[in-house]
Design a protein around this ligand. Structure first.
Ligand code: 5GP
Length: 113
């Protein structure tokens, strides 16, 4: 059987993490190693290893992840000051967890990319 991702283990409770948002399709947690004052991960319950594995049938799911990010940005009061949303994909982007997740990063002035 394929190994569970760390995010599947968080969802099942095998790894401890506060789930700050959850619905039928997605959940969100604070990143364990934040790169800014606010660093949240928005994660689909369905494991899609990378954005390369996304299919047409995932379009609504990915859209819901962005809607969740928008709502969390407001909840954490960074919607007006600004934030960054990103998916890392594979080695050159330093993806480390092969279960897609949308990074929501803000709460301070971010460096240019
Ligand atoms: P990636 O580099 O794959 O885009 O991002 C994976 C992210 O997951 C990293 O920012 C890393 O800090 C975070 N992460 C890895 N393991 C855990 C964990 O057990 N708990 C939480 N909350 N975040 C984790």
């Amino acid at each position: 059987m394929e190994n569970k991702s760390v995010f599947e283990m968080i969802l099942s409770g095998e790894i401890d993490s506060d789930i700050i948002y959850e619905d039928e399709q997605i959940f969100a947690i604070h990143d364990i190693n934040p790169v800014a004052k606010v660093h949240i991960l928005i994660i689909p319950k369905k494991k899609i290893p990378t954005i390369n594995d996304m299919s047409e049938s995932d379009i609504n799911l990915i859209g819901s992840m962005f809607m969740c990010a928008k709502n969390l940005a407001k909840e954490f009061d960074i919607d007006q000051t600004g934030y960054r949303l990103l998916f890392n994909t594979n080695a050159d982007a330093m993806q480390t967890v092969f279960h897609i997740h949308l990074h929501l990063i803000g709460g301070e002035k971010l460096k240019n990319i």
